[in-house]
Design a protein. Structure first.
Length: 157
């Protein structure tokens, strides 16, 4: 049985974005492309309607590329439990209240029992200071937290 991965919006954006002149972003784009080409087939991957909504805004050409890249990836439902857990994450200050969509990404991944949450969001999701708060909030609500990581961290194996 394959491990499961929830692909958060930032990963889709790095995968489909125009090559950046910023060296750090360019490196992350390359790592994302490498992961997509070489590692994605080894996992059962998922997105949610939230990812669809987020990739559907902006430049029409970019939107088209993002939507095309995930068109064959199954969707995880945004259930009542997902919304409840996201509220817990916000209430416990694991995620700032101004970023409820980040809490939803974490919640959809945890509620559906996904092994890995793939993200480039270091501000509110894949952050050393917030990870322990996220994990505790998810655990206290009765779920196991997905391993939060970048494509680079999930390249081995």
């Amino acid at each position: 049985m394959k491990s499961t991965v929830y692909i958060e919006t930032s990963v889709v954006s790095y995968y489909t974005g125009r090559p950046s002149r910023d060296l750090v972003i360019a490196a992350r784009q390359q790592q994302t492309n490498d992961w997509w080409a070489n590692r994605l087939p080894g996992f059962d991957v998922f997105v949610s309607n939230l990812v669809l909504e987020e990739v559907s805004t902006g430049d029409p050409n970019a939107v088209g590329k993002r939507l095309l890249s995930i068109e064959d990836i199954p969707l995880l439902d945004l259930t009542e439990d997902v919304f409840s857990l996201s509220e817990v994450l916000l209430k416990h200050h694991a995620i700032p209240k101004e970023y409820p969509e980040d809490a939803l990404h974490i919640a959809v991944s945890a509620v559906h029992g996904i092994d890995y949450l793939l993200t480039w969001n270091f501000t509110h999701i894949n952050n050393a200071e917030t990870k322990s708060k996220i994990e505790k909030s998810v655990w206290d609500y009765g779920y196991e937290c997905s391993v939060i990581c970048t494509p680079e961290e999930l390249m081995g194996g």
